[in-house]
Design a protein around this ligand. Structure first.
Ligand code: DUR
Ligand code: ZN
Length: 138
């Protein structure tokens, strides 16, 4: 399954998915045993990786997507081109609600949902989080 509506080439997409797969290897998920990886492509070409980081106090878990975004923002980057999320799921892995809100904050235009079997799907922010709450809602 490969579905896309994007200005990225197949090669660029695959590179980002590969980086997310590498990032997933760093997962700290001793409770769920569900590893997730993310890779965030900045406008300037830099790529930030992230994995999920769990905690014995489960609710403090940080998802892979937010790890990647927070790493990038903490280093001064706020303009992004695409974000990939990957896990060992049946179909392409979808970000949770909290991550969708954080992705929306930074207007990431293309979100690549992928799995380890080579399935991926590129979706827009509107598809990921319709009717979203943002700065213009305040
Ligand atoms: O968008 C998501 C959804 C879940 N997880 C992680 C959190 C937790 O460690 C594990 C199971 O929920 O997957 C992510 O990294 N990203
Ligand atoms: Zn999440």
């Amino acid at each position: 399954m490969i579905e896309k509506e994007t200005d990225m080439t197949e090669q660029e997409i695959q590179k980002l998915i590969d980086r997310a797969i590498v990032a997933r290897e760093k997962t700290y998920s001793p409770y769920s045993h569900f590893g997730v990886g993310a890779a965030l492509l900045c406008e300037d070409g830099a790529i930030y990786e992230g994995c999920n980081i769990e905690n014995a106090s489960y609710g403090l878990t940080n998802c892979a997507e937010r790890t990647a975004i927070f790493k990038a923002v903490s280093e001064g980057r706020t303009n992004f081109k695409a974000l990939t999320v990957v896990a060992d799921t049946e179909g392409p892995c979808a970000p949770c609600g909290a991550c969708r809100q954080v992705i929306s904050e930074f207007d990431i235009p293309q979100i690549i949902l992928a799995n380890l079997k080579g399935n991926y799907k590129v979706i827009s922010l509107d598809e990921l989080l319709p009717f979203r709450f943002g700065a213009d809602s305040l």
